[in-house]
Design a protein around this ligand. Structure first.
Ligand SMILES: C[S@@+](CC[C@H](N)C(=O)[O-])C[C@H]1O[C@@H](n2cnc3c(N)ncnc32)[C@H](O)[C@@H]1O
Length: 308
């Protein structure tokens, strides 16, 4: 009897904790939604709304338009050396957060922009709001599955062929994309990046790179900003991607929500793809101090050295 009532009490406590957790998550989501609506209304009233950037309350991956401007300035131009007359590919372009800024940077006569993404709503938005204003900006939907962004798609990122010809681009970038993909998928995307770049073309991609410094900082304790999910940053042990690759995740049940790769592995994946890393700029995601030009994620710039 005593044992039975003890386990009943235990179950009750578990239920109560789960209920409390659900209520906390619900409150957080409502608060986030309210903040987004408030920011949308404020921008509209003050006339600061950029018609190429989706309203925040839509929940598309372009919540912070000012970040797009910083990425262009410190990432693409300063680190990547992007020039206005270049042919540019945006891999995992979302709703065009960076494209919106590139419309003011790329030379409409000489430069060009192509972007693709797996999220139909994001591509719809970009085609309607950006291409109609800037016809040299093209967006395409990729039928590729990502558990976080396109769970209904069936295409496989590890075999997907980018819909462009060999050597078509001077510059290809992937922002906050490989933080949502597993190593064997990233391997294919880097190979495809090398294929569509001309020899000497540059690739720029962001990652969460795990190295001894990052591990030490995470162990000391990192609190994530509200916009990045909040809470303390805790990572799983190494997980297996089922193809000989390893990665870490914040939540092993939803690995694609936040994928952390070992820096050594990312170097090797670049080499195998025929991309030689020219520079790595480390970001603040793991608790590094704020530095001028440092972004949240780590940024890797590489040059296509051979025909992959
Ligand atoms: C965090 S968002 C970043 C979007 C955009 N790069 C930006 O900086 O605003 C991640 C994006 O990657 C896209 N994505 C996820 N898996 C993809 C894949 N296999 N191929 C292309 N895009 C993908 C998602 O749909 C989403 O738009």
């Amino acid at each position: 009897m005593a044992a039975r009532s003890g386990s009943g009490a235990g179950l009750g406590a578990v239920k109560a904790r789960a209920g409390a957790r659900l209520r906390t998550v619900g409150r957080r989501l409502r608060l986030r939604w309210a903040i987004r609506v408030w920011l949308d209304v404020r921008e509209r009233v003050t006339g600061k709304r950029d018609p190429m950037v989706p309203p925040r309350r839509w929940g598309l991956p372009s919540q912070f338009p000012s970040v797009g401007a910083r990425i262009l300035e410190y990432g693409l131009v300063d680190a990547g050396g992007l020039r206005p007359e270049e042919q540019v590919l945006d891999i995992g372009c979302g709703a065009g957060r960076v494209a919106a800024h590139l419309t003011r940077y790329l030379d409409p006569a000489a430069g060009s922009y192509e972007g693709f993404d797996v999220m139909p709503r994001a591509i719809d938005w970009a085609q309607k709001q950006i291409t109609t204003r800037h016809p040299n900006f093209h967006f395409q939907l990729a039928e590729v599955r990502n558990d976080e962004y396109s769970p209904e798609a069936t295409g496989d990122a590890s075999t997907y062929r980018f819909p462009y010809a060999d050597g078509e681009f001077d510059f290809a970038f992937a922002l906050s994309l490989y933080t949502h993909m597993l190593p064997f998928q990233v391997a294919n995307y880097l190979r495809e990046t090398a294929r569509v770049l001309r020899p000497g073309g540059r690739s720029l991609a962001t990652f969460f790179l795990l190295n001894p410094e990052a591990e030490e900082l995470i162990a000391e304790g990192v609190t994530l900003p509200f916009g990045a999910g909040g809470g303390r940053l805790e990572l799983s042990a190494d997980l297996d991607d089922g193809h000989g690759g390893r990665y870490r995740a914040r939540n092993p049940d939803r690995p694609e929500a936040r994928v952390v790769l070992h820096e050594d592995d990312v170097r090797e994946l670049h080499e195998q793809a025929g991309l030689q890393i020219a520079e790595t700029r480390y970001g603040r995601w793991c608790g590094r101090k704020k530095r001028p030009g440092a972004m949240g994620q780590d940024l890797v710039v590489a040059v296509k050295v051979s025909d992959a």
